[in-house]
Design a protein around this ligand. Structure first.
Ligand SMILES: NC(=O)c1ccc[n+]([C@@H]2O[C@H](COP(=O)([O-])OP(=O)(O)OC[C@H]3O[C@@H](n4cnc5c(N)ncnc54)[C@H](OP(=O)(O)O)[C@@H]3O)[C@@H](O)[C@H]2O)c1
Length: 289
């Protein structure tokens, strides 16, 4: 059985969608914090059990019968995330899983200038020492593009500090790639970087936005501290603004610059471009209004 954690979230929800196209629902289980939010999965014949990285006993119960377990990286910023990940790995090992997968990030490293990378690298080290076959799915960045570039549709600008090359992945593509890895057997042992073939910068987002809007969207570079002040003034907590700034600073030194072809190979096609993703976000926003 393939057990997917975080299946009520966006990334691993997409993994389950793609698994359903590849294996019978009876071979899929999910471990979720709130089973009430997974009724749509139970309705399709997927085994739904309650599990949380903060509750080892429930986690073990939810991993029962697992051949493979896909661990989501925790989004619980108030917790000791590295300890949560260790508990999840321990539970997967104790449940007898033969392959443990983890949603890591491109260029994860203990000495990374971007703090989540350190947690990912620590988790990968823990997996490597677990004695069980493991794969770290090292995705490029993903999320809501409007959060990355700001309200360009109303302002006509993308105002951010200096950035450098990085990779942006659509979560549906990331989920599809994970489903491929899970159903191809132990095709990858250790870390696998999953990026599109070319990196992007915020100027590329401005170019894509200009084409979508049919008018010029300006990429405006601001000083780091000036931008932090602007973010705080618009209601963003300072730690959150500084966290985002650290991402831009890491991109500047080329930390996220190196492409790996595996995502395209796994998908058997080019991943969705930023232009496609931005266009879809606009349509979804308009629909929601
Ligand atoms: N590389 C990047 O650019 C990037 C960007 C954003 C996030 N991330 C990371 O990638 C992960 C997945 O992203 P996403 O977009 O799918 O986020 P998401 O929609 O917020 O999903 C996160 C999932 O993790 C589950 N989760 C969080 N803490 C947990 C815990 N202590 N025990 C068990 N499950 C837990 C959540 O459970 P519930 O459904 O019960 O809330 C949710 O299903 C995030 O958790 C974060 O670590 C990476």
């Amino acid at each position: 059985m393939i057990i997917v954690t975080g299946a009520t979230g966006k990334l691993n929800g997409a993994v389950v969608d793609h698994l359903l196209k590849r294996v019978p629902a009876s071979q899929i289980g999910v471990s979720v914090r709130d089973p009430n939010r997974a009724q749509h999965l139970a309705d399709q014949g997927i085994r739904v059990r309650q599990g949380s990285y903060d509750d080892p006993a429930a986690l073990l119960e939810s991993f029962e019968g697992a051949d493979q377990v896909l661990l989501i990286s925790s989004s619980d910023l108030t917790a000791d995330v590295a300890a949560q990940h260790r508990r999840a790995v321990d539970a997967a090992v104790e449940a007898g899983a033969q392959h443990i997968l983890y949603t890591s990030q491109h260029a994860a490293a203990l000495d990374s200038p971007y703090s989540p990378q350190t947690i990912h690298a620590m988790t990968e080290d823990y997996l490597a020492a677990s004695g069980v076959a493991w794969t770290a799915l090292r995705y490029g960045f993903y999320g809501t593009i409007a959060d990355l570039v700001g309200p360009w549709q109303s302002t006509g600008t993308i105002v951010r500090p200096v950035d450098g090359p990085f990779f942006w992945v659509d979560r549906r593509d990331a989920g599809e790639a994970a489903a491929e890895v899970l159903t191809r057997g132990a095709a990858f042992n250790g870390p696998v970087d999953l990026t599109p073939t070319s990196p992007v910068t915020l100027s590329d987002f401005a170019t894509a936005a200009s084409a979508l809007a049919g008018r010029h969207i300006d990429r405006i570079v601001v000083d780091d501290e000036e931008w932090i002040d602007q973010e705080i003034a618009s209601g963003v907590p300072e730690p959150a603004a500084r966290f985002t700034l650290s991402m831009f600073q890491a991109t500047r030194i080329g930390h996220f610059a190196h492409a790996h072809p595996k995502l395209t190979e796994l998908l058997g096609r080019d991943p969705r471009s930023i232009a496609v993703q931005m266009g879809e976000e606009i349509v979804a926003d308009n629909r929601a209004r």
